[in-house]
Design a protein. Sequence first.
Length: 499
Amino acid sequence: MLEQSELKHAGLKYPEVRNYVGGRFVSDDAAADLERLDVHDPSTGRVISRVPLSTQHEVDAAVRAAARAFPEWSRTPIKERVQVFYRYKALLERDIDALSALVTEENGKIASEARAEVLKSAELCEFACSLPQIAPGEVLEVSRGVECRIERFPLGVVASIAPFNFPNMVPNWSIPNAIALGNCFVLKPSELVPLSAGRIAELLKEAGLPDGVFQVVHGGRETVEAICDHSGIAAVAFVGSTKIAKTVYRRATANLKRCLALGGAKNHLIVMPDADREMTASNVVASMSGCAGQRCMAASVMVAVAKTDPIIERMVEVARNMVPGRDVGPVISAEAKARIEGYVAEAVAAGAKLLVDGRNAKVPGKEGGYFLGPTILDHVTPDMRIAREEVFGPVLAIVRAGSLGEALDVENASPYGNAASVFTESGGTARTVMERASAGMVGVNVGVPVPREPFSFGGWNDSKFGVGDITGRGSIEFWTQSKKMTTKWNREAGVNWMS
């Protein structure tokens, strides 16, 4: 770790990031030859730290440390394992101000969004603490004196590859459940937001997690490939873009691993003429602009059915009153900002009507930040790229439809399938959308239909590759394997066809 005098000289607010292996941060000397990337504060553009790009060698060291810890940890009763996460949850709540401030610095979220992210991490721990009650085995006397039972066993060393948009929460989608179920863990956070992972490691150690059960390996593409290829890793969870999710899923499964890869999204919100004007306007705008639109559950396309102009007019008012830097944080990088602006310009050139333009957002004192204000385009056609591809910014494309059937055709045509919502006062309309939307998570009068624990997070189609879900009850099957046991002790039970 750099001393404060060295940090000042280097112009860095935080020490250079280090891998975490076997219960300790790897020394600078051990990583001296690794290439490093600058870590930026998206709200200012300033470099605040540097992150190493690990190779197969560093991944192998992490896996070996996890493998050494696995026998003892896997034999520890689950009721004892979850005690770590009771304490870890309390530590997340104790340090919520510092943890959320760190999320804001490396990701750019406004303070309320960063705080909500850490609170969700605590809720994920709460679910993990319930695993002794909801993940027990099954037992049945299948014949006189003959008993069959199923018990769940951990897989071994598992890995998670996390994205930049939720540096605290997404790692905690996997960490509590996978570890509480008896696995040892390797986390590869996004190289764009590596700082929160180090704090997670420190808090887990403080909570009493034995050394070697949890490791952090930083890096980029080479690190991801090494994780997918490593014979000592039994399962890989991935969250990111669909393009990379497909690549990770193919590579990991080709190496005979379990893999659950969550990809991108193009979420459709269907707005009916009978929808409540105020609730709909505020919910749709919040969905598209929250976390600067950088979440796979953000509203991306609004399908306006028939006479919905009063709702759209109110949405425009709400969006125009939002202040970048106060209500909307920056996007992650200058490259992301330029890409999003390109989508908007292309749509306008193709005939879309720009109702709210956030491309010239300026935040006093943060002129180097990557800010975009809420942007709303009307009369977008389904064939435009902005209506088909994941933009990942605070941009909403409005597609007009004459009927609910036409709106559902627009939604069903998307290759993605993370989320869909309908805004209506009609129970029949709501039920139709819930049944016919081609999405794994559907909402009624909810802009961001994320299920709460114990219900699992997971989409359909090109938004998810693999079986099961990454959180909630659905994750139990992914992180464990079942063993079936048949016993007969009673000699007087006799012999039948099964014995």
